[in-house]
Design a protein around this ligand. Structure first.
Ligand code: AMO
Length: 432
């Protein structure tokens, strides 16, 4: 017996329709010769009303003796004239038991007792059965889908760049080292260098949605050691062009989820507010002055601390860009402003105190890019494969990377990044 229907369908199909539902036994209540079984699948729950005299004595005993979370398939007919507050039930002709759950369960699925996050992550397969957790991942799925759609519409080509690399991209401290036969290699921190090389290759607009690895020591509610980076790179474009694209991508994604995850948002008790475009552009210097005026001691050339972002986030609660960063705060590949090379054409997209995206127009001039590398203490020799791509015709280009989990946190109002990661990798956890 294979699945034909999801539970959600029985509320729309006509009375007496034949259905086959498959899923997990969430609950069984026996009242004499009748049993009420709540079957849960991906799309919701259905009441299966089992009558002893129609299903037979032995089957009735088997079904009512089932442990919670066992897996079954039910073949039967929809009954809409039901006492059930769900509005429809299924009267089974046949119930097939496919997997019997052991007891006790490592954690409850619908119990209202709160279980701490670490325990939930230890038994993530159970935790993920909870409808509100599933909703988070259905939303994450649609965020990815909507970004893909928008980028495809805008003429971006999906690419796949290597995750095993020989040199650091975002600086050397956050690298996971691994043995690559007789050489040392690293897990990639960002597809940065490769997506830029693709501009030299003439692909013009590329995107990649793939894991990135950072050996950050700090264990925070916003950092993972493996996260999903949504990267784009675009030729003949400056930082303004890619900021426009970014805000349109985010806008489209918010609308897409609002329209396509209605039930999930209801489950999570959330509403998505669609922001107005364009998002405010705030200069680094202005925000620096602002945080200093609020009693935070921050010097030019420093990055915003979490206290500083906290102060800014109280004033700017929605989406906004921080633009015109000092070159010393940014990576070597950022293009400096012509009129004032102290500053780079880099930006971050923020939501309140949280950073979601970094991006920039890149330095496509071979000599000044190389100079900048040296200034940052990097050895251009180690980046030969990258730098060569700038020597034989490299168009001006710009790009950005969204942290998929960071964006999902905002749409699902999650306080911890682990909530929006199926199997998080953090300072302590590499299992499950
Ligand atoms: P950056 O290092 O700012 O920029 O990363 C881009 C975005 O990725 C997310 N992010 C993370 N998410 C979870 N855990 C982490 N440890 C983590 N680190 C980063 C954030 C961040 O905004 N090459 C540039 C992008 C570019 O210029 O195109 C880069 O990697 O949301």
């Amino acid at each position: 017996m294979g699945r034909k229907n999801y539970t959600s369908e029985i509320y729309n199909l006509p009375d007496a329709s034949d259905v086959i539902l498959c899923g997990w036994v969430q609950e069984i209540r026996k009242l004499g010769n009748i049993a009420f079984l709540i079957l849960r699948d991906r799309e919701g729950v259905a009441q299966i009303t089992v009558m002893k005299n129609s299903i037979g004595n032995e089957k009735f005993r088997e079904i009512t003796g089932l442990n919670r979370e066992s897996v079954i398939c039910v073949k039967g007919k929809i009954n809409k004239n039901t006492q059930s507050k769900l509005g429809a039930e299924v009267i089974p002709d046949n119930v097939e038991i496919l997997s019997v759950a052991e007891t006790p369960l490592p954690m409850g699925v619908i119990d209202r007792v709160s279980v701490d996050l670490e325990t939930r992550l230890d038994v993530r397969f159970m935790d993920l059965r909870r409808p509100e957790i599933l909703s988070v991942f259905k939303i994450e799925s649609n965020i990815g889908k909507s970004i893909r759609r928008k980028l495809e519409d805008e003429g971006f080509i999906e690419i796949h760049t290597p995750k095993i690399i020989a040199t650091a991209t975002e600086g050397g401290t956050e690298l996971f080292r691994l043995k690559y036969f007789e050489k040392d290699a690293y897990l990639v921190q960002s597809p940065q260098l490769y997506k830029q090389i693709m501009m030299s290759a003439g692909f013009e607009r590329v995107y990649e949605i793939a894991p990135a690895f950072r050996a950050e020591e700090h264990n925070t509610s916003r950092h993972l050691n493996e996260f999903v980076s949504v990267d784009i790179e675009m030729s003949f474009a400056d930082e303004e062009d890619v900021m426009n694209l970014l805000e349109n991508v985010v806008f489209y994604s918010l609308k897409y989820v609002k329209e396509n995850n209605i039930n999930d948002l209801k489950t999570l008790n959330l509403d998505i507010e669609i922001p107005e475009l364009p998002f405010p552009r705030l200069k680094y210097d202005d925000l620096l002055n602002y945080v200093n005026s609020q009693g935070i001691n921050m010097k030019f050339g420093e990055d915003f601390s979490s206290e500083a972002l906290n102060v800014i986030g109280k004033k700017y609660t929605g989406f906004y860009f921080i633009t015109r960063w000092p070159m010393e705060t940014r990576a070597f590949y950022v293009m400096p402003y012509d009129d004032d090379p102290k500053y780079g054409k880099a930006f971050d997209l923020m939501f309140g105190e949280r950073e979601i995206t970094s991006g920039a127009q890149r330095n496509h001039i071979y000599s000044s890019l190389k100079e900048n590398m040296v200034k940052k203490g990097l050895n251009p020799e180690n980046f030969r494969f990258y730098l060569d791509a700038f020597r034989y015709g490299m168009p001006p280009h710009a790009g950005w990377a969204i942290g998929l989990e960071r964006l999902t946190m905002i749409l699902t109002d999650s306080k911890n990044i682990r909530e929006v990661t199926l199997f998080p990798r953090d300072r302590k956890r590499i299992e499950p």
